[in-house]
Ligand binder design. Structure first.
Ligand code: 5GP
Length: 113
């Protein structure tokens, strides 16, 4: 777990465009953005995927969603944006450190592919 790319970003071993950080999480812009605004909110705690959450993380998940709403204001997408979590490789997860994608700045289609 500690070897994944997001752990390295959290530990400042590799650079990222960090837009927010606190004692529980780090948020940075996605290197391959899928919308005009696309950032990732990542807990510092090394949880591989959403499906691994336990009751112990309930407070953390609430905190992350508060961060997402504040960053949506900061990034000027609060009027409409999408939050995506890919849990597992068949859902498209490629980095096995839990992260919330936040996408905005363009109209979103439904259903996603
Ligand atoms: P997943 O496919 O796991 O849901 O999302 C991983 C995301 O991380 C992808 O959108 C990908 O573009 C992004 N990503 C992968 N490596 C890096 C990196 O080194 N820096 C940044 N900023 N984003 C990355």
């Amino acid at each position: 777990m500690s070897d994944n790319i997001f752990a390295k970003i959290i530990n400042k071993e590799i650079p990222a465009d960090i837009i927010y950080e606190d004692d529980q999480c780090v948020a940075f812009r996605d290197v391959n953005p899928q919308a005009p605004v696309h950032f990732l909110v990542v807990p510092r705690k090394p949880i591989a995927k959403l499906q691994d959450l336990t009751a112990e993380e309930e407070g953390l998940i609430g905190h992350l969603h508060g961060v997402i709403t504040r960053l949506a204001e900061q990034e000027k997408i609060a009027e409409g944006y999408r939050v995506v979590v890919n849990s597992g490789s068949s859902a498209g997860q490629s980095v096995f450190h839990l992260h919330f994608h936040v996408l905005g700045g363009r109209p979103m289609r439904w259903p996603p592919g």
